[in-house]
Design a protein around this ligand. Sequence first.
Ligand code: C2E
Ligand code: CA
Ligand code: CA
Ligand code: CA
Length: 279
Amino acid sequence: VKESGRGACRFFDETMNSDALDHLQLRNGLRRALDRGGFVLHYQPQIDLTSGAVSGVEALLRWRADDGALIPPARFIPVAEESGLIVPIGDWVLREACRQAMLWQQAGLPPLMMAVNLSAVQFRRGDLLQTVIIALTESGLPASCLELELTESLLIADNENVLAVLRALKQLGVKLSIDDFGTGYSSLAYLKRFAVDQLKIDRSFVRDLRSDPEDAAIVRAIAQMGRSLGLRTLAEGVEDSVTASLLCTCQCDAAQGYYFARPLPPEEFVSFFRARQES
Ligand code: C2E
Ligand code: CA
Ligand code: CA
Ligand code: CA
């Protein structure tokens, strides 16, 4: 018993060590990527369900590894947040997304909404307001074309600083969207306190919409509440046409998902946009 106990313990130690090593390697890799332009943004189209037109895009971060492979955010965002590196990485994302949105306008595309994901750490440890002002000024993008995606947990934290920064951002004319809506805590008081513009209905309610009457009831309820409060609703994770038309019946305003398009590199987004315009 003692033997196996020690064996189990040693096994556990080794796992811990390799985790710590991964963590350190990841952190160094992220820092190198920041210095050497190792991050890229892909853009997933957002579709207005009434007109069928592309109304905006969501910028989604990828890390280009040394071998050229693209590493998805789930693999590195936690370490970036823990180490604080999400602050300079998030600064880069904001500036790059605004720059790209302006490039598209200059290339003749109509003004589209550019949605950018924010981490709570950027509120706690960075000067987010300053970064947004710089990104808008540098690019020349109108504030009304920038939408920041926030999580419910950030708004529920009830932090004076968060409140002040969000008020200032609204004053600038930036839009605010609640990401993964419906998965956080059940208090909806923050919808009154913050001047939110959009609710992004979480994929977990959309995935089985076709077969699950409870999911359908939830989506309809969120869309109705959004309407009464003057908020846009966007459903994420739409993978098929049946779900897309159900969302129309539920009176969702917009949708996003693989059914319309995957997150695309900037050039591919332009082709997608033009092809959709012609059809
Ligand atoms: P999210 O903000 O909820 O983004 C949606 C995720 O769902 C994206 O994964 C997207 O590629 C994926 N997705 C889109 N349509 C579909 C669909 O129809 N089906 C399925 N199964 N998935 C779909 P991605 O790009 O891997 O991003 C994962 C998460 O990483 C994001 O979740 C977001 O929380 C975070 N993230 C991405 N970019 C950034 C960033 O620049 N900053 C911060 N702080 N977080 C980011
Ligand atoms: Ca998002
Ligand atoms: Ca989401
Ligand atoms: Ca999600």
